[in-house]
Design a protein around this ligand. Structure first.
Ligand code: 13P
Length: 287
């Protein structure tokens, strides 16, 4: 069932677990994630970046595919279709296309402009029954000469954005997208605690879920993180499983070149990864 993400994240917050946001890239990705969420009886968020939306021929195609697949597969768990790191224009397109949730990423804008645009999109999203995530600009990071260590948001700016009536907030606590560098210092739990104190009951979002050690994930959930975004890790296991299939020469045996066979190990690898994350985040059995 397609729903917005507010209720599932408010419940996650109250229940001290997190809902997984898994990025989708194509039909196989979507099917693997939906089937696993159903098996795990877990709510789930399908994240779509603007690039992935374009790759899949547009947000309308994505929305129609997800709705039809949800129905055809008989999915009963709550599923949110969410724009990931949306621009102002991208958010408007997803509202029209029939997404159930959007993220406006104004983090690269000056805070006043981020606030102004977020406020406008909050009104639009809520009028349409959609949920909305916002992101606060980061401090530190590259400007401090520290590259790739992840940046931390300013708790006061977090409060200003949270007060606009958004449904959940992405705030940097040393997390980064992709694989973490060897010398990464880890999540900054003191910053997370300060942000949570400022924004009250607002569910917090942890981006860059790939490669964060399990104990840090658990501590982040304890401190108020209710949505965890995972993208690269599914891509890595998909690529590794596909490589193994081809390197074993399986595409050359019989009809092993059939895409339904060729893409099957990757799809199974995504299912296994999503199951592992859902159980780590504690959202299994919560649908
Ligand atoms: P990773 O690719 O590091 O898992 O990050 C995903 C993400 O945060 C999407 O918004």
């Amino acid at each position: 069932m397609l729903v917005n993400a507010k209720e599932m994240l408010d419940k996650a917050k109250a229940g001290h677990y997190a809902v997984g946001h898994f990025n989708i890239n194509n039909l196989e990705w979507t099917k693997s994630i939906l089937l696993t969420a159903e098996e795990e009886k877990s709510p789930v968020i399908l994240g779509v970046s603007e690039g992935a939306g374009k790759y899949m021929a547009g947000f309308l195609v994505v929305a129609e595919m997800v709705k039809a697949m949800d129905k055809s597969l008989g999915i009963t768990v709550p599923v949110a279709l969410h724009l990931d790191h949306g621009t102002y224009d991208g958010c408007k397109k997803c509202v029209e296309a029939g997404f159930t949730s959007i993220m406006f990423d104004g983090s690269s804008l000056p805070i006043d402009e981020n606030i102004e645009k977020t406020k406008e999109l909050v009104e639009l999203a809520h009028k349409m029954g959609m949920s909305i995530e916002a992101e606060v600009g980061a401090i530190g990071g590259e400007e401090d000469g520290v590259i790739g260590m992840g940046e931390c948001a300013d708790p006061d700016e977090c409060k200003r954005i949270a007060d606009l009536g958004i449904d959940f907030l992405a705030a940097g606590i040393g997390n980064i997208h992709g694989v973490y560098p060897e010398n990464w210092k880890g999540l900054q739990f003191d910053v997370l605690a300060k942000i949570q104190e400022k924004v009250g009951a607002m569910p917090l979002v942890l981006h860059g879920g790939t490669g964060i050690p399990d104990d840090m994930i658990k501590k982040a959930i304890d401190l108020g993180v209710s949505k965890i975004n995972v993208n690269t890790e599914c891509q890595l296991v998909f690529a590794a499983a596909t490589r193994e299939y081809i390197e074993a020469g399986k595409d050359k045996a019989g009809k092993g070149f059939d895409p339904r066979k060729l893409l099957a190990p990757g799809a199974e690898a995504i299912k296994a990864k999503v199951k592992e994350k859902i159980e780590l985040f504690g959202s299994n059995g919560k649908a």
